[in-house]
Design a protein around this ligand. Structure first.
Ligand SMILES: [Zn+2]
Ligand SMILES: [Zn+2]
Length: 369
């Protein structure tokens, strides 16, 4: 058997290739890929901007697949059977070092591997990324089984929703009735909204730009009560009115220096600002005197570690139509176009996904062909 894949042979170069599929080792699971969502990190990896990336590479770390073969040990460990759908966590930790034995920190493991980033495809079993028809889930993977009725386009967002739980629960330490501002309505902002609502957080104000109308519409569908376009409304004036006071927490997902400064000005004394957006090397001028006098904590951090279990439970609950975040669909052959759309989003774009089964393509959203 052979599996088709899109391979980044060197930064900026992508081509189709086929690889032999080998039987899984004792701790391994083979999955037939169902859907892979395109992450902004994929664009950075593609352009050679991620130091940990190894080429030639099959990218793709946000995916769901159907189990087609299970190694003996993996079957016992995960209770998996052929036909089950699983979504792996992107990080494959060593499981033994101090970081791996500390809750919520295993992505700091010095030996951590990363699907679709750090595992090149030039040695068997080759298939370590979601832009391949079949993926070998290696020993040590953290796998989550998905409920039968969960759409593939929602399940492949497990790590994105996991990130949201990290910002809300692990870094923001938020609970029922706390006031929250979410800055940025990308896929990460929308998932943060869902995770916050699931945790009982509220009231919530969502900040975006007037051009984000498609994202605002989905946010309203998810249950957002208060939405502000910061290029139309003055957030510093409007937010306290909408919330009935300054927010306890601001989660800043955009990375824009102006948005980070606004987040710090918005939060209440002794509040927390969670900054997770990347600024692309730009620096943000912050008056630390203000942080000291107002007793404000700024918390920064990477994506999920120990948060994907929460994410899969929420996705499986079907309370939020996460699949609508993946609103621009491509076939595997069109991965270069999917990356281009992620880099320069057309009007109405929220997030791209590659699907592998023609039946999986909602007709109205088939942007690929
Ligand atoms: Zn990602
Ligand atoms: Zn480790």
């Amino acid at each position: 058997m052979q599996a088709k894949a899109m391979v980044v042979t060197a930064p900026g170069r992508i081509e189709a290739a086929a690889f032999p599929v080998s039987a899984p080792g004792p701790g391994e699971v083979l999955v037939r890929t169902r859907a892979t969502s395109v992450c902004a990190t994929d664009v950075k990896v593609f352009h050679g901007g991620v130091g940990r990336a190894r080429f030639p590479l099959i990218m793709g770390h946000e995916f769901v697949g159907e189990v087609i073969a299970v190694g003996r040990e993996a079957a016992g460990r995960f209770g998996l059977r052929e036909g089950d759908r699983v979504t792996p966590e992107p990080y494959i930790p060593c499981g033994r070092c101090a970081w791996c034995r500390t809750e919520h920190h295993y992505h700091n493991c010095p030996d951590v591997r990363l699907y679709g980033v750090s595992m090149p495809c030039d040695r068997p079993p080759h298939l370590f990324g979601g832009y391949a028809e079949i993926v070998t889930l290696v020993d040590g993977s953290l796998l989550h089984r998905v409920a039968p009725e969960t759409p593939d386009l929602a399940a492949c967002l497990s790590s994105v929703v996991g990130n949201a739980f990290r910002w809300v629960k692990t870094l923001g330490r938020m609970g029922f009735g706390e006031r929250l501002v979410i800055s940025g309505v990308g896929s990460q902002g929308l998932c943060t909204l869902a995770a916050a609502l699931a945790c009982g957080v509220g009231p919530i104000v969502l900040l975006g730009l007037a051009a984000d109308e498609a994202r605002f519409a989905l946010a309203r569908e998810f249950g957002a009560e208060h939405i502000l376009a910061v290029d139309r409304d003055n957030a510093l004036e409007a937010v306290p009115d909408l919330l009935g006071g300054a927010p306890d927490v601001v989660i800043e997902t955009s990375g824009a220096p102006a948005a980070i400064r606004t987040a710090i000005r918005l939060v209440r004394p002794s509040g927390r600002v969670v900054v997770i957006g990347l600024s692309g090397g730009r620096e943000t001028a912050v008056a630390f005197d203000d942080l000291v006098w107002r007793d404000v904590s700024v918390v920064c951090g990477k994506g999920q570690a120990g948060n994907v279990g929460d994410a899969v439970r929420l996705i499986d609950s079907r309370r939020f139509a996460f699949e609508k975040i993946n609103n621009t669909i491509f076939r595997l052959d069109d991965l270069a176009r999917a990356l281009a759309a992620t880099e320069r989003p057309p009007a109405g774009f929220i997030k791209a996904a590659v699907v592998f089964d023609a039946e999986n393509v909602p007709a109205q959203r088939a942007a690929g062909r």
